[in-house]
Write a protein that binds this ligand. Structure first.
Ligand SMILES: *Cc1c(COP(=O)(O)O)cnc(C)c1O
Length: 392
């Protein structure tokens, strides 16, 4: 950017994202504005973080109230904001789950899930899937099935076997008794918005149970209402032993959680795990308000209605296009898979006032907030139709 201030980002901020040339200064619910006061409909939402809207008023009020009390309290002391979050969160977790681990990001939630699996199973190896994404720290990266993210950092610390996603007929062969756990996203997000087949998750559940292998669902992107149920696994009627969540829970503040089945109890002894910022009252107050929004606004129900309409209109309007291979996804986690790289189209959409992200190289990923209106959807579909209309 030529701007005198923003050039500091180019000069001194280590580069590991390719950047779009807009300076985002403000957001409210499903919209953001740049420094030229251009308004955008946000279906990027920071990789899904702003699912409850930017600066959702209920979450902002909760954060402001908490700022006047205290921001940091370690997990070595009690705190009411934390206890309130836990109380509310357990209302949206199936009763077979009994303990929550608090972290500060999705990758940390995955890290603790892997540690839990190793501690419970006393085994070392994992099975994960091609095209999966579980985070950037070394443990999460070990189970991420994409060369692009891993290559520069090999060898990985964990021993992991990768299997084709959705290959139902290979589950019996690949899930062996020597595994600590199988980790899978119910819908692959970064890998291209690929929903698991119901029979795939059912087979994984059946075989892991038979062979005493733990099953981890990574719901960091799919969780918290995004797919039309609070948890994506509820669409499938398949429960894991451990699941992770993150991204949207605290309305934009950093958070990650892992949840384990009741029978596993506390898992760790004091000292075996910890995190300085985890469970801090500011994030907890935001996350408690996040759960309240989810419940009071009937977010999953709304997502099913809006998401079904969005999917239908996208299919009607785009499936004739030469550029489009298919429309896929679930709820408000949708992808338009193209016959070529998605990046140039994503740039073109920015110029049309629509923010999206790329997934799996060729998919335009749409992760809108739950509060988008029919008018927003129509605008988005018009923009997509225009952007994808010529085959340049
Ligand atoms: C985003 C994501 C992560 C990593 O979350 P961070 O907060 O970026 O560490 C892990 N798993 C899945 C499925 C994700 O989508």
């Amino acid at each position: 950017m030529s701007n005198d201030l923003l050039r500091f980002e180019d000069e001194y901020l280590a580069r590991y994202y390719s950047k779009k040339p807009i300076n985002v200064v403000r957001g409210y619910m499903q919209y953001v504005w740049d420094s030229n006061n251009n308004k955008y409909l946000d279906m990027h939402t920071g990789f899904g973080v702003a699912f409850l809207g930017h600066r959702n008023p209920r979450i902002i009020n909760a954060i402001k109230d908490q700022l006047d009390r205290i921001i940091t309290v370690p997990l070595t002391f009690y705190n009411e904001a934390r206890a309130e979050f836990i109380r509310e969160f357990m209302r949206i977790v199936p009763s077979s789950f009994g303990k929550v681990f608090l972290q500060n990001s999705g990758t940390e939630a995955v890290e603790v899930a892997l540690k839990i699996a190793r501690k419970i199973s006393k085994k070392a190896e994992f099975l994960a899937f091609l095209n999966s994404f579980h985070g950037r720290t070394m443990g999460s990266l070990s189970v991420t099935g994409n060369e692009k993210y891993r290559k520069a950092f090999e060898p990985m610390p964990y021993k992991v076997r990768f299997a084709p996603f959705n290959a139902v007929d290979q589950v019996d062969k690949l899930v062996t008794e020597d595994l600590a756990a199988v980790i899978v996203e119910p819908i692959q997000g970064e890998g291209g918005v690929n929903p698991a087949k119901p029979e795939f998750l059912r087979a994984l559940r059946q075989v892991t149970r038979e062979r005493n292998v733990l099953l981890i669902f990574d719901e960091v992107q799919t969780g918290f209402g995004r797919t039309g149920r609070v948890w994506a696994f509820e669409n499938y009627g398949v429960e894991p032993d451990i699941f992770t969540a993150g991204k949207s829970i605290a309305g934009g503040l950093p958070i990650g959680v892992a949840v384990v089945r009741r029978e596993f109890g506390d898992v760790f002894e004091p000292g075996e795990h910890g995190s300085t910022f985890a469970g801090n009252p500011l994030v907890m107050a935001a996350a408690k308000a996040g759960v309240e929004v989810l419940i009071n606004d009937n977010v999953p129900e709304r997502v099913r209605a809006v998401g079904d309409r969005f999917m239908r209109v996208l299919e009607d309007e785009l499936n004739g296009s030469k550029t489009v291979l298919r429309v896929k996804g679930m709820g408000l986690m949708l992808g338009v898979e193209l016959r070529k790289r998605a990046d140039p189209y994503i740039d073109r959409l920015i110029g049309m006032g629509l923010l999206t992200s790329v997934a799996g190289g060729t998919t335009v990923r749409l992760l809108p907030p739950y509060c988008i209106t029919d008018e927003d959807l129509d605008m988005a579909v018009r923009a997509l139709k225009n952007a994808l209309s010529d085959s340049s």
